[in-house]
Write a protein that binds this ligand. Structure first.
Ligand code: AMP
Length: 249
């Protein structure tokens, strides 16, 4: 069984971003970029299945600029066998990415696609669900536990108030949550080995996919600044303030 792991290149989670002066978006120039953290979990899940003898090949896939090859190399260093980049310099909206991933699925024939539950730059939480829908495959979202058994996947999902267990038939798209695993940190030998693994770069045109944006960003603004708090000297003063607030409301 082949497995896809989708990886997106995003601004590193440790970096605080600034809104551009003209309000058209966020300034990403010269910022540290990394693999979307949930996608590290997706790659780890796929590589573990291969190590357990349950998958024959792990293919890391990305839609993005040439620089996303670095992100794919990280996935290769983590243990993916090969990688495919759908090269584009434009915005990558969930629907466009889902269409590109579907075209790659049709070409490569994986039975399982791991994606992150959300990309930390757009916070959409849509790509996996859209991909499952386009493929007409089963989907398991927010997966925090996984076991493959005879043609299906037994998954645990984190839901409000607890854990839900479900069975998903294959082929399927699984969107992975934080607690599924602890992604490995590739060492130098793995990084060196990854440089020699195959990485194909294809265009959206060659896949017959139109990546042009369907969404228009009207304006991006900084969140309002938080005001400093006030120190109160006693519980009585706090109670009086709360009473005033309630009366004023
Ligand atoms: P989103 O729906 O944008 O929150 O993204 C959810 C997941 O879809 C991410 O964690 C990735 O696994 C995958 N994904 C989104 N955009 C891309 C992209 N440009 N290239 C590869 N995978 C992506």
């Amino acid at each position: 069984m082949k497995i896809f792991a989708a990886v997106k290149r995003v601004v590193d989670f440790n970096v605080s971003v600034r809104v551009k002066a003209d309000g058209t978006g966020v300034d990403t120039a010269n910022l540290k970029m990394s693999m979307n953290p949930f996608d590290e979990i997706a790659v780890e899940a796929a590589v573990k299945l291969k190590e357990d003898g349950k998958a024959s090949e792990v293919i890391a896939v990305s839609v993005g600029p040439d620089k996303a090859q670095d992100t794919l190399r990280t996935a290769l260093a983590m243990g993916a066998d090969r990688a495919i980049l759908v090269q584009t310099d434009g915005e990558t909206e969930p629907l466009a990415v889902a269409k590109a991933l579907k075209a790659l699925v049709d070409r490569e024939g994986p039975e399982l696609v791991f994606v992150g539950k959300q990309a930390i730059d757009d916070d959409c939480n849509q790509t996996g669900q859209m991909l499952a829908s386009l493929l007409d495959w089963a989907q398991g979202t927010f997966v925090s536990g996984l076991e493959l058994d005879g043609g299906g996947a037994a998954i645990t999902r984190e839901v409000d108030g607890g854990l839900e267990r479900a069975k998903v038939r294959l082929p399927a798209v699984l969107t992975v949550d934080l607690r599924l695993n602890q992604p490995r940190y590739p060492g130098l030998p793995a990084i060196m080995k990854a440089k020699k693994k195959p990485l194909d770069v294809v265009t959206a045109d060659s896949l017959g996919v139109d990546l042009s944006p369907r969404l228009a960003t009207l304006k991006v603004v900084e969140p309002p600044k938080r005001h400093a708090g006030v120190k109160l000297s006693s519980a009585a003063e706090l109670a009086a303030k709360l009473k005033d607030l309630v009366e004023a409301a």
